[in-house]
Design a protein around this ligand. Structure first.
Ligand SMILES: C[S@@+](CC[C@H](N)C(=O)[O-])C[C@H]1O[C@@H](n2cnc3c(N)ncnc32)[C@H](O)[C@@H]1O
Length: 303
């Protein structure tokens, strides 16, 4: 059984402040850690809508939420959260609370077959949704060198991106790069070892994962839908006074969230429930190292 420890759980509950009878929408249900805790506070009249790109995770989250004595209505929606606002509006759902806990779940990282980890040899896949069309292997095999370098530089914030791209393009001419171990080995050959002990392939893996799953495009789309809904246009999927919480794990994610939330506050369409981003304390980071870069931001819409 794979485990995933929910990040900033107490803080998320504190700021979302679920009330009985409300509708909770989890855009990234994962293994249902946050969702089960919120659902337990909704009472039987509440409703939990759970969504995830990963059908296996979604099924696990639904099972976990059904175990708590919470909402009678648990609605699973499989797919990318970029498409969720429209799916909710079509079902007539208006969310009182929305949560997006971005990135990957430990279940995915720990499963060698998903190809997300440089520490476990597996197929170079990286898709959160195994039914989506493009794998990391295909990107590495087909992108022109300049595009590969741009992607690794931008999404991995990797200053050796050009060198890495050159190495990968030379290597793929000899033999396809189809495993995580081979990719990690090639990146380590291309760049100098990091003095702080971080594996040199970390940033390249992050970049490919972000690209394969269109993580930033999906986030921008969700944020744009929230902005439109707050202005009374676009898909109406938010209830009056809805709280929106987002947990990000790197600056490429945090920046657009921060700007979108600040823009809504500036326009008088929302108020900050977290004036500064909430970050985990020492105890949480010690118990769950994955939480170390987490930032939680929460707003309440003012319509
Ligand atoms: C950090 S985990 C969520 C963990 C969850 N909060 C819990 O407590 O178990 C992130 C989840 O979001 C999903 N995900 C990432 N990007 C997504 C997207 N654009 N659309 C839908 N799901 C996405 C991943 O498949 C993963 O299951």
């Amino acid at each position: 059984m794979f485990r995933h420890v929910p990040v900033l759980l107490a803080e998320t509950l504190e700021h979302l402040a679920p009330r009985e009878g409300e509708t909770f929408v989890d855009c990234t249900a994962g293994l249902g850690g946050h969702a089960a805790a919120v659902a337990a506070r909704l009472g039987t009249a509440g409703r939990a809508v759970l969504s995830d790109a990963d059908g296996g995770n979604l099924a696990a989250a639904v099972a976990r939420v059904r175990e708590v004595s919470g909402p009678a209505e648990v609605v699973p929606i499989h797919g990318n959260f970029a498409d969720l606002p429209r799916a909710l509006a079509e079902r007539g759902v208006r969310a009182d609370m929305v949560l997006a806990d971005l990135g990957f779940a430990s279940s995915q990282m720990d499963d060698a077959a998903r190809g997300l980890s440089f520490q476990r040899d597996g197929p170079l896949d990286m898709r959160f949704d195994p039914t989506s069309p493009v794998t990391a292997e295909e990107l590495v095999a087909t992108l022109p060198e300049a595009e590969l370098a741009r992607l690794i530089g931008e999404f991995g914030e990797e200053r050796h991106a050009a060198r890495i791209a050159r190495k990968l393009v030379a290597a793929r001419g000899a033999e396809p790069i189809s495993t995580t171990a081979r990719l990690a080995h090639l990146v380590r050959q291309a760049v100098p070892a990091s003095p702080v002990g971080i594996d040199p392939s970390t940033r390249t893996f992050q970049a490919l994962r972000i690209a394969v799953n269109d993580e930033l495009g999906s986030l921008h789309s969700l944020l744009a839908s929230i902005t439109r809904a707050a202005a009374g246009s676009g898909a109406p999927f938010l209830a009056a006074g809805a709280r929106v919480a987002m947990i990000s794990f790197h600056s490429l994610e945090d920046r657009p969230i921060k700007h979108t939330f600040a823009g809504l506050v500036h326009e008088g369409r929302a108020e900050h429930l977290t004036r500064r981003p909430v970050t985990p304390g020492h105890a949480e980071v010690a118990a769950n190292p994955r939480s170390r870069s987490a930032k939680l931001r929460v707003i309440r819409l003012l319509f």
